[in-house]
Design a binder for this molecule. Sequence first.
Ligand SMILES: [Fe+2]
Ligand SMILES: [Fe+2]
Length: 192
Amino acid sequence: MECFGVVIVYGLNYTFNYTINQTRGDESMISQEMEKELNEQINRELYSSYLYLSMATFLAEKNFDGMAQFMKVQAREEVEHAMKIYHYIEEQGGRVLLKGIDEPPSDFTDPLTIFEKSLEHEKFVTKSIHDLVSLAVDKKDYATKAFLDWFVTEQVEEEATMDGIVNKLKMIGDKGHALLMIDAQLGKREGH
Ligand SMILES: [Fe+2]
Ligand SMILES: [Fe+2]
């Protein structure tokens, strides 16, 4: 009888442990290393959003309302990038692990340096995406590789946009009228 009880208790215990351990993490279709790196990328995308928001507030303070609007849209897009990865990790049965976001710079000098900094930042993000692609290929993780293709294309676009604006701002220099024109033009950017 006693023995039977033990068997029942053991059985319940087994069921309990089995149930608890059936989190999605156990059935993950991506490797732990890939999961870790994708989580890092979520952090980088959210930092990007933070950086562009910080730039937006500085630009608005300097009365470049159009450029501020451009940066706010950019910031929203970066959150969308983070969420794309968030959903991908979930879809693959992985675990999203959010970490603290670094404080972005808050002191800038002028629109040209802001857009130069943005271009430099996008180049850094491109490199991190390329590193993720290399890892996916190394791991023969073709699903993640296919998922990342969208980001590779997006980064080409992001760099081209920032580069275009930097070039225009260099041409303009400190000609006030032209600066206001480009400000108005950038303000037309709408979120999707
Ligand atoms: Fe991004
Ligand atoms: Fe970006």
